[in-house]
Design a protein. Structure first.
Length: 210
């Protein structure tokens, strides 16, 4: 049977209280590894007391002593947001799902376009709506859409990069940032272009060209 027959339109997102949030944390050995990839000055720079006290109030957080600790904590937070969003969005808004929604709507509109209802009721629906929907379905079918997963991964990479850059006052090598991001994503088991094999592809996610 054609695969399209079993593709369903996107459904509603779960209520906020039903969302199971990710609680990823770096292990101690992973934290040491990531720390070693950051400029040494970050491990030597103490955190201002107000930031340290505020971090201490957060549940399940190790003590924040250095700027490097802050970078690692912010990286964890970004990864958790990414993993939570990925869990919610899995299977939603893909081209196949959107086309399924269009087909379902066109089927529902048949009584309006084929004179099966009274004229006054039929006039509620624009006469060219079915043609527009058909054209949009063809457009989606013939266009190569950028992967939603790739776009979200790029957002994550760029956000982590900004954390590292900000912590360093803007002075840090791009390659060091990319290597740190590669290690962080590997720790979180997030699929991404491998630094050793596909450095340029990973760099494009972190530092997209205009």
């Amino acid at each position: 049977m054609p695969r399209a027959k079993y593709t369903k339109p996107p459904g509603p997102f779960p209520a906020i209280e039903q969302i199971q949030r990710s609680n990823f944390r770096f292990r101690a050995d992973q934290r040491r590894r990531l720390n070693s990839l950051l400029p040494s000055k970050l491990s030597e720079s103490p955190v201002p007391s107000d930031i340290r006290d505020e971090a201490a109030k957060m549940p399940h957080r190790p003590k924040v002593q250095t700027i490097a600790d802050v970078v690692l904590h912010d990286t964890e937070a970004l990864i958790n947001s990414y993993l939570t969003a990925r869990r919610i969005a899995t299977g939603r808004n893909s081209p196949a799902n959107v086309r399924a929604a269009i087909r379902q709507l066109r089927e529902a509109l048949k009584p309006f376009g084929r004179g099966w209802v009274d004229t006054e009721t039929a006039d509620i629906v624009p006469a060219d709506l079915d043609n527009k929907l058909a054209a949009r379905e063809q457009e989606i079918a013939s266009t190569r859409f950028a992967s939603v997963q790739r776009e979200n991964l790029a957002i994550l990479c760029q956000a982590i990069g900004e954390v590292v850059i900000s912590a360093n006052g803007g002075i840090v090598r791009e390659q060091d940032i990319i290597q740190y991001i590669d290690a962080a994503l590997t720790c979180a088991r997030i699929k991404h272009p491998d630094f050793a094999k596909h450095r340029d592809r990973l760099a494009m996610l972190v530092f997209p060209k205009d």
